[in-house]
Design a binder for this molecule. Sequence first.
Ligand SMILES: [Zn+2]
Length: 65
Amino acid sequence: MSFHEMICEAENANEVLFVCSDDSCGRRVVVGKSRPRLTVIDRGDFSARHVGSLGGISIEGVDVS
Ligand SMILES: [Zn+2]
């Protein structure tokens, strides 16, 4: 199983947009800040495990859609 790293591309007061750093994947998710909530925008390569974090917001497990 391959690992992809999610990086923060944009954020506002309530949500953070993460995109996969792998160009061939293109996974994008929005993670809520105040409470754990995950919205998948683009599924990308769902066979890979996606991990990432931003300032205490862990999105390990974002492969769960
Ligand atoms: Zn990916």
